[in-house]
Ligand binder design. Sequence first.
Ligand code: F6P
Length: 334
Amino acid sequence: MSENKMKRIGVLTSGGDSPGMNTAIRAVVRAALDNDIEVVGIRRGYSGLIEGETVELTAKSVSEVIARGGTFLCTARSTKFKTEEGVLEAVESCKKLGLDGLVVIGGDGSFRGASDLSKQGVPCLCIPGTIDNDISCTEYTIGFDTAVNTCVDCIDKIRDTMQSHNRCSIVEVMGRHAGYIALNAGIATGAMAILIPEVPIDIEKDVIVRMRAAMESGRHHFIIVVAEGVGNIDALAEKIKNEVGIETKTTVLGHIQRGGSPTATDRVWASRLGYEAVKLLLQGIGDRVVGVKNGEVVNYDIQEALKMTKSIDKEMYKMAYVVSTAGLERYKKI
Ligand code: F6P
């Protein structure tokens, strides 16, 4: 890494925690220490920054965190920081703490705050950390792989009991307004249907008719994965029970999918992105987001990043339906 004037930086996690955040903090701390930069850990996100709730981080403080889920710095969603007054208090706090820069690990709400701070003279580098994978400027967000794998593990277990009882199971997964977790977990568990906010489907044609056809061809248990952004799953369960004639159970996976030890994929990206963030700060570059494009580490201006859009791969969605129903005579193409 090159020469720089940075002497002391802060690192915080903000928004919903995600597996791999600790690994990213570790990478930031180690990369900074390697360049004789001190690192201050800020507890509870921007709330802790405003209140000056900090902990000095050493190589040792991050020596056992690589495999731990959650964030040892804790996190929060600060309403005060969304106000001009809150931002100015945070800037004051950075001055008091002697911070030359700040690394923010979180989702795009956290990036907006980082951009405000950068404009006030505190260079900020953002690292995408959320299980939802809903940040447009990057193909990948830290925690997504672990969350999908946790969902797959849970759905596989649900499948065992659905199979034993000839039942249908509707499983709701997280993702806020996005369907990335649902799509990937649904494909990986062979779900008969995957409902995500990005793709409107006709329940009658794409679920009910296909289930009846599948039952006629000898299938007696089903998994349907629904992203939380789609809405209530109880009404769908009732409809399936009445119109297909199969006992239908619902499961909301909830916060279980946000915890747990990060997968190797999450650990590797967390390390690479954490290292890159410090590398940019060292070059005097702030107001940027690091991310992944075509499997490579990239970075963007925060405001540019926030304007970007990303969409679900429709071909992948279509494929999911084909491979879950191939061979069924009455299967209707979506
Ligand atoms: O953004 C991560 C996420 O887990 C979303 O998938 C979910 O909608 C939300 O956070 C839940 O937030 P909370 O933990 O505050 O209930």
